[in-house]
Each structure stands twice: as structure tokens, then as C-alpha cells.
Design a binder for this molecule. Structure first.
Ligand code: PEP
Ligand code: MG
Length: 372
């Protein structure tokens, strides 16, 4: 049943029998990518067995953008602490709502990923504004300071810049705050309703040392909350594998990870060297004409190349930890052909957008049934 549309009873009955058949056969678990309670609830109606990727970026936009701005322009430790202290209760509330919506199913929360300057004003616009104000002899102190920081953070290639785990290393307080908010939300929920199952995921890791540094900070925060509240939270800490280097070094990275989740969007971008943000304007039509590929590698997994890295990363990770839980949370998690591939190489779960959850369930079932 899609929202607002009802299938006629016979068809609905047939669909649910097919889904039950697929669910009975499949080995792969199907989670969803959701970062609002509404999406989480929708995905559960479609049969999601947890959240495989809760992005936290949108939680820093809107009215909260101002707090991020304060965090970045803070001149000293006290300013940073104040901005983070203001963000903490908001984040705690975000995570409480998501955990509530999933009611005991696993929820993988990914720490902040995109470049910080995405939360800041545009460099050119701000430069012009400040220059004009200067001409009028009316420079706003706040704008002038902001401009200095926006310039400092400006990068030619932001997608290859200060994002993901690098942010956590550059501004340790940021991931600390997020870990604390997750642990507090989990403790609140535990007192009220039993077992929440948050998991923390670190994005854009390329080296085991990065993960080791961040993991230490996260564990400290979790332990402090456990002590204060007298509970054991058992929060798994895992990593995304979305850079080729991480796939090659997955055996080392597994030493510091409780689970892996392949970010096949970035792995495709970094593997092929194609910008994921310029697909429409790219040379892809020529590539289709020449048969270099018949479908965009951002839509259906390039099984040979990018898929090869997923398979290698999984094998290497499990060489270190045989029971390592491995999933995928890029767009490919809901693409039929890719789902068969992920099943064939032995992943534990795929995670996709709510509306693709039934597709993934069906294809995960077919992947098993087709081989019988
Ligand atoms: C990915 O890179 O595949 C991923 C899931 O992360 P994001 O799309 O947020 O970069
Ligand atoms: Mg990514």
C-alpha cells in the first residue's frame, strides 16, 4: 500500500503473499536510510528491519545553522564549548525521536559528514557584502570575522576535504557532543522502554588510526553516560567503507570496527573518479553510446570494479573478525541487480530509502529462490 493509495483487496493479498514468500526465503536483512521519525515510521510500514544509515547533516541546518556558525567562528575553547552545549539537547531530542520510531530495532547513526563550510554563507556573496560595507565605511564586525573563517575553510575540492572523520579529528568536540547525545538518548529510552539499539558509524575513514582516535573519544562519552546513569548501553561503533584505501586496508580497519557499512555512493565516486554531483551534466551519454556502461554506476553497482572493492573489503574485514557484520548503505542497497550481488558475496544487510525497502526484500528473496 503506497501512501494515499489502496490496492484492491485481491491484489493486496497477492502482493503480501509474494512478500511473505520472499521474506521466508531471504538471507539478507533489509534496513532503511532514514533521518527523520516520519521516514523511519514509513520504512517500518514497508518492512524495514532497522535503520542502516541515519544521516545527521540535516540536523544542523535551518535555525541550527547559527549554532554551527558560532562553533566555527568561536575564537576560543569557551566559545566552542558554548556552541556545542547548545547543540547537545537538540541532538539528544533528534536521536530520542528516531529511537522511539524504531522501537528497539537497530539504528545506525552516522556522525556528521559533509564539509563544514556547507553550513556557512557563500564565500563570494559574503566577500562582496563586506567589500561594499567597507566602501560605505560601515563594516559589520561579525561579518568581517565570519569572512575570515569562511575563507579559512574554503576548499577547491570540498568533497575531498574537511568532512567525515576529518571533522571529528579537527573539532573533537563535535563528535563528542554527538556521541553524548546518542548515549543520553539511549539511556533515557532504556529507562522508559527497554532496549534501544543505537550504533554509531564513522564516515570517510581511510586509515585505522583515524578510527582509533575517534573511537577513543566516543567510548569515553558512552562510558561517562553509563556511569552517571548506572546502565550498560552496549553501543556498537563501526565505520563506513567508502574510500578505496579503506577497502584495501579493511583487515586493519576491522581491528577498530564493530561493523562495516559500505558507502557505495562515495566508493563509486572515488573508485571511478566521477563526481557524484555532476552526473546530469557529465559525459555519461557518450559512455552509454560507446557501451562503456549500460547503466549509470551510481544507479546500479559496477560489480567488477566497485563491487570488487566491496567484496575484497568484506573478505579482508572478516579475515580479522570472522563474525564482522557488514552492510551497504549507498543507493545501490535498493537496486535489484546490486541486491543480488550483495547477497552473493555474503553481506548481512542492505539499507535503502524507505520506498525501496519492498524492492530490496523481494530481490533478496529472489536471489535465494533463483538458485534453488
Ligand atoms: C555513500 O557514500 O554511499 C553514503 C551512503 O554516504 P553519503 O551518500 O551520505 O555520502
Ligand atoms: Mg558517503
Amino acid at each position: 500500500h503506497f501512501e494515499g493509495e489502496k490496492l484492491d483487496d485481491d491484489l493486496a493479498h497477492a502482493v503480501s503473499r509474494i512478500m511473505a514468500h520472499a521474506d521466508g526465503a531471504r538471507r539478507l536483512r533489509v534496513r532503511t536510510n532514514a533521518d527523520t521519525p516520519e521516514d523511519a515510521a514509513r520504512a517500518r510500514r514497508f518492512g524495514a528491519q532497522g535503520i542502516g544509515l541515519c544521516r545527521t547533516e540535516h540536523m544542523f541546518l535551518g535555525e541550527r545553522r547559527e549554532l554551527v556558525e558560532k562553533l566555527i567562528v568561536a575564537e576560543d575553547e569557551t566559545g566552542v564549548e558554548a556552541a556545542l552545549a547548545a547543540l547537545l539537547p537538540l541532538q539528544r531530542q533528534d536521536f530520542t525521536e528516531i529511537l522511539e520510531a524504531m522501537d528497539g530495532l537497530p539504528v545506525t547513526i552516522r556522525l556528521l559528514d559533509p564539509p563544514l563550510h556547507e553550513f556557512l554563507p557563500d564565500l563570494t556573496e559574503l566577500s562582496v557584502e563586506v567589500a561594499l560595507a567597507e566602501e560605505r565605511g560601515q563594516v559589520d564586525e561579525h561579518d568581517a570575522t565570519l569572512l575570515t573563517h569562511v575563507r579559512r575553510l574554503h576548499e577547491q575540492n570540498p568533497m575531498l576535504g574537511l568532512r567525515g572523520v576529518r571533522l571529528g579529528i579537527q573539532i573533537p568536540g563535535l563528535f563528542k557532543m554527538q556521541a553524548r547525545a546518542i548515549a543520553e538518548a539511549a539511556a533515557d529510552r532504556m529507562e522508559a522502554h527497554g532496549t534501544p539499539r543505537p550504533e554509531i558509524m564513522v564516515p570517510l575513514v581511510a586509515s585505522v588510526r583515524e578510527l582509533e582516535i575517534v573511537r577513543h573519544t566516543l567510548e569515553e562519552q558512552i562510558a561517562e553516560v553509563e556511569d552517571q546513569r548506572g546502565v550498560s548501553l552496549d553501543i556498537a561503533i563501526g565505520t563506513m567503507i567508502e574510500l578505496p584505501r579503506a577497502a584495501f586496508l579493511a583487515d586493519r580497519i576491522a581491528m577498530e570496527a564493530d561493523f562495516f557499512s559500505f558507502g557505495t555512493n562515495d566508493l563509486t565516486q572515488m573508485g571511478w573518479g566521477f563526481s557524484r554531483d555532476d552526473v546530469e551534466s557529465s559525459f555519461f551519454s557518450r559512455y552509454f553510446e560507446h557501451g562503456i556502461f549500460d547503466v549509470s554506476p551510481f544507479e546500479s553497482l559496477d560489480q567488477l570494479g566497485v563491487g570488487g572493492m566491496v567484496e575484497m573489503g568484506t573478505t579482508k574485514g572478516r579475515a580479522t573478525k570472522p563474525d564482522l557484520k557488514v552492510g551497504v548503505c549507498g543507493e545501490h542497497g535498493g537496486d535489484p541487480r546490486s541486491v543480488h550481488f550483495f547477497d552473493d558475496i555474503g553481506l548481512n544487510y542492505v539499507s535503502c530509502s524507505p520506498f525501496r525497502v519492498p524492492v530490496a526484500r523481494l530481490e533478496a528473496g529472489r536471489s535465494v529462490l533463483d538458485k534453488r
